[in-house]
Design a protein around this ligand. Sequence first.
Ligand code: NAI
Length: 297
Amino acid sequence: MADLGFDGKVAIITGAGGGLGRSHALELARRGALIVANDLGGSVDGTGSGTTAAQAVVDEITAAGGDAVANYDSVATPEGGQAIVQTALDRFGRVDIVINNAGILRDASFKNMGPDNVNPVLDVHLRGAFHVTQPAWEHMRTQNCGRIVNTSSGAGVFGNFGQSNYGAAKMGLVGLTRVLAVEGAKNNIKVNAIAPVAKTRMTEDLLGPIADKLLPESITPLVVFLAHEDCPVTGEVYTLGGGRVARVFLGVTKGIVDPKLTPETVRDRFDEIRDEAGYEVPANMNDELRIALKSLS
Ligand code: NAI
């Protein structure tokens, strides 16, 4: 089969100045995509700004014969999101792919988690995805095609100490992914999420000796596939790193049905309620209702 090409496709990658975003931008450009490399250029905790990071990636792409434009706006405001999408329209006239990747960390245990930890993290990760995706959405609807890849995290999907702010934002992105998958279906807009593990400036102190096996480049192949017009799935979440790729899903157990349900029944049949045998994976909320009604009838 032919390689996955992106000739003429316009891809916005937020936080493309380093780490995972840089790797995604370089590979999509190598495959023919026209790139908007967005990066605020700040530090891991989101303070500061600068133009060097995004510009360096654009220079790298250009030197390799690709086409890219830098954008230095913050995803954390609606105006920033508008300006990022406008950069794609001004330079390339369209937008086909949005990779919401920009991110910061402000870890603290929940008892020490103050507004300075919570608000900027929600603004960049969760609201940032709204700010950038929404102005792109109308263009994708009109052209009846779009691909969105949201960057979630195991910290939210599975839980991790000291990351209630980040975990909530990252699981919020899963909710956004699933709703946009439903809303985008009739216009061939496919929306998926990844939960990566890779050595970047964000994680190099946390991963320990295994870090060198987890290169950012190992995350990009799945992102490229999910961003391609041949992507067969929507509303899904994949975990990956170091060459491993696996699907994460939300399943519903068979549970029990008892029209006279009491707290004591719940207690007495709790193992049955929790039993994973015969679980189903609803595609969306209507599908979950269908499953529920089937067991009630
Ligand atoms: P990174 O720190 O190298 O990259 C994040 C980039 O986002 C930086 O270049 C930063 O300047 C940019 N950025 C931050 N705030 C911004 C804003 N308001 N507007 C525009 N750009 C902004 O870290 P990494 O690891 O490449 O992170 C990429 C994404 O992957 C993040 O969303 C992160 O939460 C997520 N992630 C990474 C994991 C890992 O193992 N590296 C694990 C799980 C999720």
